[in-house]
Write a protein that binds this ligand. Sequence first.
Ligand code: ATP
Ligand code: GNG
Length: 320
Amino acid sequence: MSAHCAPFKRVLKCSKSELKLCVLFVRVLCTAGSSCGRKTRRINTQLERVLEPRRFLQHSSQGHANNQTLDAMARVKRLSIEGNIAVGKSTFARLLSNAGRNWEVTPEPVSKWQNVEEATSQIRQPASSPQQTAGNLLQMMYQDPKRWSYTFQTFSCMSRMRTQLQPPPARLLQAGDVAVQVYERSIYSDRYIFAQNMFELGSINSTEWAVYQDWHSFLVEQFGPKVQLEGIIYLRASPQTCMERMSGRGREEEQGIQLEYLEALHKQHDNWLINKSTKVHFDHLKNIPVLVLDGSLEFESDSEMQAKFITEVTNFLKEL
Ligand SMILES: Nc1ncnc2c1ncn2[C@@H]1O[C@H](COP(=O)(O)OP(=O)(O)OP(=O)(O)O)[C@@H](O)[C@H]1O
Ligand SMILES: Nc1nc(=O)c2ncn([C@H]3C[C@H](O)[C@@H](CO)O3)c2[nH]1
């Protein structure tokens, strides 16, 4: 059990329903008082996670949650890496996963977006329409944003939701020390970076935006602690740097992307994660700790710089 939860449980010697009351109480404190700080919110989140064993139960071989499983669950910190297109998130994520056994990195499911046919083949009726294939939604979105952006955001957000709902691998649950689950982007950047940007650019209309926000809020509220994060790493570089890296990478669907698009996304990231001027709709996200890293540094072949980055992330984790 996490350091925050253990004293609660010990002092209260309480049943699950009493703990639930405790969560409610902390929640009331958080919503009622401006004096409630980030720490109280974090205790609230961690208590909720302890009380939310179902996320793990469905994958537990014994079929019931024991204290060890719950303790392990509370120890796994969940982070997302956010940043502009081609800033180097995947590259940085690889660095993290190579850094320690207790770090699990989940990449963005780009290949699913590039091949909707394959990604959805298990749920579609066989041979309903053999001539039509579901196609490359990433390409369709870039080629005709007004037609496909809303569809893209529903698919990207659902795929991220699935990812964030997956329980951590057993390896992380068995780790004696702090274990870290890192997602490349999240259901939160889906909304507060991309969908919002598409709406502001006119590629998503007001009706689509209202519908998106409605189901997004509903799902996040329904899933509660299961989809919450403990922190965000923001890898930040100038749009110009991202443009150069994007061109160097040469992903076919991105060939038509202009610098202005990357500038708009850069502003969305800064507004959400640095200036905090983006209106967010979930309490747990309002004060989430954010580590800003200088993504313009060329760390790929510089082991000293890599070590510096790892130290920054490790120190950040200690505060969560
Ligand atoms: N720190 C860095 N310095 C120089 N080049 C880098 C750095 N990080 C990544 N690159 C290069 O930039 C390109 C894009 O990197 P990467 O694919 O990691 O970006 P990404 O942020 O994951 O992209 P996306 O937004 O599409 O998911 C790659 O060719 C990679 O080798
Ligand atoms: N419109 C839109 N919405 C998203 O939520 C989103 N997430 C990622 N992307 C684009 C950026 C890269 O080209 C490519 C891989 O990151 O996919 C997105 N595009």
